[in-house]
Write a protein that binds this ligand. Structure first.
Ligand SMILES: [Zn+2]
Length: 653
């Protein structure tokens, strides 16, 4: 009985997929002339209402259930929609279009641009750009692609066949599951391939499609792709495709699509991509391109990818690296004006800085807090359950909540309500800590009205101990037992709660001065050459526009300041104005560090051996705004770090 019931359930779950519309597309693309010519057949047993197609596309013929009809279109949601006669089950059209040329886009524009473009150096025809007829909603497809000799191309899906000879390139791709659309990429690629065998004998074909100059990197990319796929296949569940490709793009993009990632050719050269972004994009085969976010109810996939990729790699490095990432998230939040951070459910895609702080950082921290709350085993069960339930289907935050609640064996409504549906974040302050015998009485103030289990670290003469009492109201008085001998209490010292941290407690970093809208430049004791080098360097690192260095013998001006000079002059200036001395050992040619004055106003100091050493910093220094201190040897960074953070702490009375 049980197996019959289960079979019925599986049958019901399979129904929507089986009934999804189907697109068969034969496309011939000539990147040199930017001509795309195609024949498309759309089928839906439930009937096709019509299809969307770019308004620049010229339809040469159109039939509905074998009868030729005139093509006409209406404007629907800003796009050309071609209605079909009621009850049409099969539409066939021939069409052609001249695609746009490849523009030289920067990263931001490349992410926002959704036009289909063609160029011999690389063509990209994204889903949703109107280059194929879209039936609306998810659909399955087969693409038969034809390219001139010297070009190769691909789309998400299983590679059914491939032929490459003097007459050109032909390949057929099949995407049998319901998909959100077709992304087509082509270029003058050299293809490298290796096989990956997963548990149970499942074969995955790994490929790189690289521009010629990247060929030496192919073996490394194939190896790391195998490593990342094995990791997530083991953690979450079966890798859902028979192929995974890394594809080189002429523009500085970074996209993850089902079974492939499309990364800028300049990006692929960067040494850290294989260990970081590649894993993030591969993880999107489960979250984003395997289970689709319900775009109307919030995009949870970036947060989950950030947590299980970018953050997990820091955990692999060690607790110190992981803590630095959590602290960096809270630092970003501290810079958002109160009320500026929306609810997680309202994040749909990366639009600007603040939305990425919510959609990526807050979401990642919410998954961390969820794992802290229900435990690693239940958290992993929840991930696997979500994968089982929602593979190739849309999922909302509510579906995630349901999966994790089932895995944890208890409702998680309160948790998801306060972290996903509410905007903002709590702020916590330790008000008092009074010891009587072995009972420690604590006063904790909260702005926000969240229900939290706050990690409190009790510091004793010979040990530390972490407790996690529950705090709900604005003022919470707590009594902790077995606390005799406690000397101080620290609140969430490892930054495991999404909360607003007092900026004064965050370690000073260089960026505070670099991005200040108004910043002063001080060049103590500088001669003309040093002064000129200081002004040039300040022009490179500061967002603020400067015309001259202020009189270098004055003290800090009461505004963010950059102090630049040669070692002896800087040492003397620090001493004269009662500031801490040069903190980094004197080896190398220059040292840079960040601090805050007694009023909490940030400053940054650059001290160099000579003015040539100052000039050598210009290239690298702007990229290290996230650091507290750096040591340079010529243009090269030899050491760097962030000052230890100060925990929210209170002494026990
Ligand atoms: Zn992502």
């Amino acid at each position: 009985m049980k197996s019959i019931a289960r079979a019925l359930i599986l049958f019901c779950l399979a129904l929507p997929a089986a009934a999804a519309p189907r697109l068969e597309l034969q496309a011939r693309l000539d990147p040199a002339t930017r001509q795309l010519a195609a024949t498309a057949t759309l089928e839906d047993a439930r009937g096709l209402a019509g299809f969307a197609l770019g308004d620049e596309v010229e339809i040469l013929s159109l039939t509905a259930d074998g009868r030729r009809i005139a093509s006409r279109s209406i404007l629907r949601q800003g796009r050309a929609w071609h209605p079909l006669p009621t009850g049409t089950r099969r539409a066939r059209l021939e069409y052609r279009v001249t695609l746009k040329p490849l523009a030289r886009l920067d990263h931001r524009a490349a992410l926002a641009d959704r036009d289909a473009v063609a160029d011999p150096e690389g063509s990209f025809l994204p889903a949703g750009a109107g280059w194929y007829p879209e039936p609306g909603g998810y659909f399955s497809y087969r693409l038969d692609l034809e390219l001139p000799a010297g070009q190769k191309g691909l789309a998400p899906g299983e590679l059914l066949s491939e032929r490459d000879d003097a007459s050109g390139y032909r390949a057929a791709y099949e995407f049998a599951q319901p998909s959100e659309g077709i992304d087509l990429m082509a270029g003058p690629y050299a293809v490298a391939e290796r096989a990956l065998v997963l548990p149970g004998g499942r074969q995955v074909r790994l490929r790189t499609w690289f521009h010629a100059e990247l060929a030496p990197l192919a073996a490394g990319y194939l190896e790391d792709s195998a490593r990342h796929i094995e990791r997530y296949d083991g953690l979450i569940g079966d890798y859902p495709f028979g192929i995974f490709s890394v594809v080189s793009s002429p523009t500085p993009t970074g996209f993850g699509m089902p079974g492939l990632t499309y990364l800028g050719r300049e990006v692929l050269r960067l040494p850290f991509i294989r260990a970081t972004s590649l894993g993030h994009e591969i993880l999107h085969n489960w979250w984003g391109n395997g289970v689709y976010p319900d775009w109307t109810a919030g995009n949870w996939s970036e947060g989950l990818a950030t947590y299980l990729a970018d953050y997990a790699y820091k955990e692999d490095e060690g607790e110190e690296a992981a803590r630095a990432m959590r602290l960096a998230w809270l630092r970003d939040l501290a810079a958002v004006p109160a009320g500026g951070d929306g609810a997680l459910k309202d994040f749909t895609s990366r639009r600007h800085g603040i939305s990425s702080i919510v959609g990526y950082n807050k979401a990642a921290m919410v998954f961390l807090m969820l794992e802290d709350e229900i435990g690693r085993a239940a958290f992993v069960r929840g991930l696997r359950l979500l994968w089982e339930r929602k593979r190739f289907d849309g999922a909302s935050w509510a579906d995630l909540e349901a999966a994790f609640a089932a895995a944890a064996g208890r409702p998680l409504r309160d948790f998801f309500r306060q972290w996903v549906e509410r905007p903002g974040a709590p702020a916590l302050t330790l008000k008092s800590a009074v010891l009587g015998g072995d009972r420690l009485e604590l006063g904790i103030e909260q702005r926000g009205g969240y229900a939290l289990e706050i990690p409190l670290r009790l510091v004793f003469a010979d040990r530390v101990e972490t407790r996690k009492p529950r705090v709900t109201g604005r003022e919470t008085r707590l009594v902790l037992d077995r606390a005799a001998g406690a000397q101080s209490v620290e609140l969430d010292p490892d930054y495991r709660l999404w909360r607003r941290v007092d900026p004064a407690l965050l370690p000073a970093i260089l960026r505070e001065v670099f991005v200040a809208p108004r910043a002063a430049l001080l060049a103590p004791g500088a001669d003309a050459a040093t002064r000129a080098a200081a002004l040039a360097l300040a022009g490179r690192v500061l967002d603020a526009r400067l015309t001259a260095a202020a009189d270098g013998d004055a003290g800090l001006p009461g505004a963010p300041a950059l102090v630049i000079g040669l070692d002896p002059a800087v040492d003397a200036w620090l001493k004269r104005h009662g500031l801490p001395p040069r903190p980094v050992a004197s080896a190398g040619s220059a040292r840079v560090w960040a601090g805050r004055d007694a009023r909490g106003i940030p400053y940054a100091v650059v001290a160099a051996r000579d003015h040539a050493a100052l000039g050598a910093l210009a290239r690298a220094l702007p990229h290290y705004g996230g650091q507290s201190w750096l040591a340079f040897d010529g243009p090269r960074v030899t050491a760097k770090g962030i000052w230890p953070p100060r925990a929210e702490a209170i002494a026990v009375r």
